[in-house]
Design a protein around this ligand. Structure first.
Ligand code: R5P
Length: 322
């Protein structure tokens, strides 16, 4: 039945931000992406046209919104296009939800960019949002439409569980990562936990010298939501080794890998960095062999199936086989 519904009532479109993932999601579902022009006018502005009717259909638009901001604009314009073409429902599938770091005012005269972006997506016409590991769980509440914040923790946890690391300690590189690290630690038998009290000096600099917990003689797994410059993880790795850790691994859902971070990871003591494909890491020409990429396509595909079938999604937070 799900296959008939998928083919007859549902349509999938993708922006250009992460086509391999969009393709993997529709492959998982056994359908195809609908044809669309998502390109540029000669002056560089975004041009969109869906080349298939969506009248009365449930439409899923898959697009991560990493920098450049054109990725976000492509998503908004695609939503507008299908809204004006009389789609019955529009789900914005945003595997990496960008502009999420300014999610509250920490100083005067700062924006709350995450709220602004949520408003833009809703105003454009989305009726539902599916994201993966939002930078902060409360961003879910910035939307007044159904929003599913999926998590890759089970996928990453399964990978590390199967490594059977000796004497593992799961370390949150900052206080914001504690919940994620705690959820991850549940997947790693016999693991203990530790927490860094990170001080962010600037977007480029962090002080990771205060650690709560024991790492001496242990195998450290650093768990974060995202890797930007890599400084948080590399500083934390150096610090745990200084305190006697035997080896360090790192994992995060979103591998942004800004600037020369891949090069920095290559020269770092971290043995392996495990991320997912919410961003097109595998197409980075400077990718290094230490970086392992796991796919969230089955997770998102399964969530889409359940949305279509009006089934519960909460099981995806518990099931071990996805
Ligand atoms: C911060 O709150 C996030 O959870 C990450 O720790 C941060 O985005 C990592 O940034 P970077 O790689 O630049 O240290």
């Amino acid at each position: 039945m799900v296959n008939t519904i998928l083919k007859e009532d549902v349509r999938f479109f993708s922006g250009n931000s992460n086509i391999p993932l969009s393709q993997a999601i529709v492959n998982y579902l056994g359908v195809s992406l609908s044809p669309a022009i998502v390109s540029r006018f000669p002056d560089g502005e975004i041009q969109v046209r869906c080349l298939e009717s969506v009248r009365g259909k449930d439409v899923f638009i898959i697009q991560s919104t990493q920098t450049p901001a054109e990725n976000l604009l492509e998503l908004l314009i695609l939503i507008d296009a299908v809204k004006r073409a009389s789609a019955r429902s529009i789900t914005a599938v945003v595997p990496f939800f960008g502009y999420a770091r300014q999610d509250r005012k920490t100083k005067s005269r700062e924006p709350i960019s995450a709220k602004l972006v949520s408003n833009l997506i809703t105003t454009a016409g989305a009726s539902r949002v599916v994201a993966v590991d939002l930078h902060a769980a409360q961003i879910q509440g910035f939307f007044d439409i159904p929003t599913d914040n999926l998590t890759a923790v089970l996928i990453l946890g399964k990978y590390f569980r199967e490594l059977n690391l000796e004497n593992p300690v799961v370390v949150a590189p900052d206080v914001g990562a504690v919940q994620r690290a705690t959820d991850f630690a549940k997947e790693i038998p016999n693991s203990t936990q530790a927490i860094f009290v990170k001080k962010r000096l600037s977007p480029y600099e962090v002080d990771t010298s205060r650690l709560i917990g024991e790492v001496e003689g242990k195998t450290v797994i650093l768990v974060d939501d995202a890797i930007h410059t890599g400084n948080t993880l590399i500083n934390a790795a150096n610090e745990v080794l200084r305190r006697g850790a035997k080896a360090v691994y790192a994992t995060a859902t979103h591998g942004i890998f800004a600037q020369d971070s891949l090069k920095k990871f290559e020269g770092s003591p971290i043995k392996e960095i495990v991320v997912t494909d919410t961003l097109p890491v595998l197409s980075r020409p400077e990718l290094i062999s230490k970086v392992k990429v796991l796919s969230v396509a089955p997770l998102i595909g399964e969530a889409i199936k359940r949305i279509i079938m009006h089934e519960s999604i909460s099981e995806l937070f518990e099931k071990k086989e996805i």
